[in-house]
Write a protein that binds this ligand. Structure first.
Ligand code: PGA
Length: 253
């Protein structure tokens, strides 16, 4: 794992956006794996700025998002399809039809998960997978005890995840209990992964994922087995790392 620790969240999001832009210029027809959540909002803002400056074109790219809530149609304001349109797709030049998310409103969500897994594989798998990190160590919606070999399927969300995400839902409306998520095995097939975490609240999960044992208790810890994984952290998210000095020594900011 390459562990990069930058001063603050702004530097982290700028760096993450820069990595995506570099991937696109090295391979314009890249298959990108995209993520949602608070951390990614800042990354997408920076990416849109790079696009406006002519430094990132998505015209040849394809994207697959990690996950979607079951039961929410794409036009539901809390769906991830809506999030992606608002926060990224409406502001860049990705081709219509090239940006994929699981269909949350599918009549048969299990069949939709199978279809989505096949679509990722048919695209040749992901070149660069962007990942956030849950407080419980999840990547995508692969909650603790997810099979480390799982493929796209239905997952029941943990209470802590639903609480963390309830801030996006109007009062009185709760996040769905079920989501369709790429599996850990799907994510591990990506040629490169970039995990981004900022803020002190993530420090425990970050320490478990980087320095703990590989375990389904902290699903992101599987990235220790990935050949091309970069973890991008701010100082706060890195604050519980035992070997912090070592990481700073290897890759000074
Ligand atoms: P966050 O979510 O960026 O909103 O903290 C990350 C995640 O749950 O994957």
């Amino acid at each position: 794992m390459k562990i990069l620790i930058l001063d603050d969240a702004e530097a982290v999001s700028a760096r993450a956006a820069g990595e995506i832009a570099s991937q696109l210029s090295a391979k314009p027809a890249s298959v990108l794996g995209l993520a949602t959540g608070g951390t990614m909002e800042a990354v997408y803002e920076q990416l849109i700025a790079l696009h406006r400056d002519g430094r990132a074109s998505f015209a040849g790219a394809t994207s697959f998002n990690l996950d979607e809530y079951v039961g929410l149609a794409g036009d539901h304001p809390c769906s991830y399809r809506h999030y992606m349109a608002q926060k990224l797709f409406d502001h860049i030049d990705i081709a219509p039809g090239a940006a994929h998310l699981p269909l949350g409103e599918a009549e048969d969500p299990a069949a939709e998960a199978e279809r989505y897994e096949a679509a990722v594989a048919a695209a040749g798998d992901i070149d660069l997978q962007l990942l956030g990190l849950g407080l419980n160590g999840h990547i995508g919606f692969n909650e603790p005890t997810s099979s480390l070999a799982s493929i796209t399927r239905l997952k029941t969300l943990e209470r802590s995840t639903r609480e963390a995400n309830s801030r996006y839902f109007p009062e009185g409306e709760e996040p769905p209990r079920l989501a369709i998520t790429m599996g850990i095995g799907t994510i591990m097939r990506a040629r490169e992964v970039l995990l981004v975490a900022t803020g002190e609240a993530k420090a425990r999960a970050v320490a478990q994922v980087i320095e703990g044992p590989i375990s389904a208790r902290w699903p992101g810890s599987i990235l220790q087995m990935h050949r091309q994984a970069t973890v991008l952290l701010d100082r706060a998210a890195a604050s519980e790392l035992e070997l912090l000095d070592y990481y700073l020594d290897v890759h000074p900011a």
